[in-house]
Write a protein that binds this ligand. Structure first.
Ligand SMILES: [Ca+2]
Length: 223
């Protein structure tokens, strides 16, 4: 059973940095539901459940690279506050096209805000459950800022800061289940940003259907 192998994990991903003179450590926490805990409420042991009125609720989402799967929802599914009711509901999830390696999209929060958490949620009955992506952030003020860097461009060369790398793939099994990921920082703030860039990679390539079913992304502003 996969549920015996991974229940929750904390992965320290970023090198220590000294943002504003304070020790800072980005932390990726993930939770996993399988079986009776896989419900439309997305309740997890550690990771908060999705909320409707987060800072991403009115964000503008733009596809930067890759193809959207026409069998699924468009990018707006990521911030509509709605969740799939079952473990295979294409219309309630965003996913990159079958047979492709993933892609990139940008979330524009409209203003620079101080971000406390970036939370991502996915759900699928088998290999499209696990999440595999990197997230970058920018305030958009760098003279070299490129608001839509294609996959061949390293975002850190054009005004983006690397925030975290997320990989919830299990060592064994097909990975089916419900995933909640929370990206936070030990000092309570990931930084002040307007734009988030999600660089999503196909999580499995043994067939054409390995792009993650992303159900929702929440951005929680620091209070
Ligand atoms: Ca949604």
């Amino acid at each position: 059973m996969i549920s015996k192998i991974i229940k929750a994990g904390v992965i320290f991903v970023a090198l220590a940095s000294f943002a504003s003179g304070r020790f800072s450590d980005v932390k990726v926490t993930f939770d996993y539901n399988r079986g009776s805990t896989e419900t439309k409420e997305f309740k997890f042991k550690i990771v908060p459940s999705p909320v409707k009125d987060d800072a991403a609720a009115k964000a503008k989402l733009v596809l930067v690279d890759g193809e959207i799967d026409p069998n699924g929802a468009d990018l707006s599914a990521l911030t509509d506050g709605l969740l799939p009711a079952i473990d295979d509901e294409p219309q309630a999830n965003f996913f990159f096209n079958a047979g492709t390696n993933g892609g990139r999209f940008v979330m524009d929060l409209s203003n620079i805000i101080e971000i406390a958490q970036i939370n991502t949620y996915s759900w699928h009955s088998d290999t499209r459950g696990p999440q595999l992506f990197k997230v970058y952030a920018s305030d958009g003020t760098d003279a070299k800022f490129n608001g839509g860097p294609k996959m061949k461009i390293d975002p850190t060369t054009c005004g983006w800061k690397f925030i975290a790398s997320v990989d919830t793939r299990p060592k064994n099994g097909d990975g089916g289940g419900q995933y909640g990921v929370s990206i936070t920082d030990s000092n309570g703030s990931l930084g002040k940003y307007r734009y988030l860039l999600f660089d999503c990679v196909v999580a499995e390539t043994s067939d054409d259907f390995g792009n993650t079913f992303y159900s929702e992304i929440d951005v929680v502003a620091k209070k």
